[in-house]
Design a protein around this ligand. Structure first.
Ligand code: ADP
Length: 205
């Protein structure tokens, strides 16, 4: 019963999505957290996060989709940024995307031999992206599931890190007023992982 269509959110004026019927969302934590399933490039919000490569010059997966939808001007701006370290984040405009900005963060390539460093790097992606959004006074931010595609991070472990780090950031920075932090997933499997774990980190009040 707490699942609404994004059209209702749209009417509230808090979030805008281009292809509304595709999306479902669920408010879970003080109306601050949403889970969406769909294409991040369709979100008309302040900032979407890109799971980028260190070069920031585009790649496959969500990175490729964002560059395709944003157009060549995004690549031009990215060329001026001199790449990005793993765990760090840089911001650009959104160009032809409905989103006004793109926060490019570089997730770790997973390897089971160095798990704690990988976990720190992945947590850093979420923390730095949240901080960059705050520094730019952006009120909505949408995260894809960083590193869990080609970079091979196990989805359950990555989701614990994503949710834990965002919760920690919100708790430690209560003066920053985000309107909404969105987690957006593609697959049904990823959606069910987020649905299982979100209540641990963002219990409904
Ligand atoms: P990484 O290289 O960091 O692993 P990928 O792009 O390969 O990044 O995958 C990260 C996640 O983004 C995966 O769960 C993938 O299914 C998802 N994804 C791919 N394209 C999109 C998109 N257009 N919108 C939202 N999520 C996407």
């Amino acid at each position: 019963k707490d699942i609404k269509t994004i059209g209702e959110l749209y009417k509230n004026g808090t979030l805008h999505a281009v292809e509304q019927p595709k999306y479902k969302f669920r408010d879970l934590y003080l109306n601050q957290i949403s889970l969406l399933q769909g294409d991040i490039t369709k979100l008309e919000i302040d900032a979407i996060v890109n799971a980028a490569k260190k070069s920031l010059l585009g790649g496959g997966g969500v990175d490729g989709a964002i560059h395709r939808a944003a157009g060549p001007e995004l690549l031009e701006e990215c060329r001026t940024l001199n790449g990005c370290e793993t765990g760090d984040a840089k911001i650009t405009k959104g160009y032809n995307l409905p989103s006004r900005h793109v926060i490019h963060t570089v997730g770790p390539v997973y390897s089971s031999s160095d798990v704690s460093r990988k976990a720190d790097e992945l947590a850093s992606c979420y923390r730095k992206s949240m901080q960059l959004a705050a520094d730019n006074n952006l009120k909505h931010i949408a995260f894809p599931s960083i590193s869990t595609g080609v970079y091979g991070y196990p989805i359950v472990d990555a989701t614990h890190i994503a949710l834990g780090e965002v919760r920690k950031f919100l708790d430690c920075n209560s003066e920053i007023k985000y309107d909404r932090v969105i987690f957006i997933v593609f697959s049904d499997k990823d959606k069910s992982v987020y649905e299982d774990l979100i209540p641990q980190y963002f219990p409904s009040l």
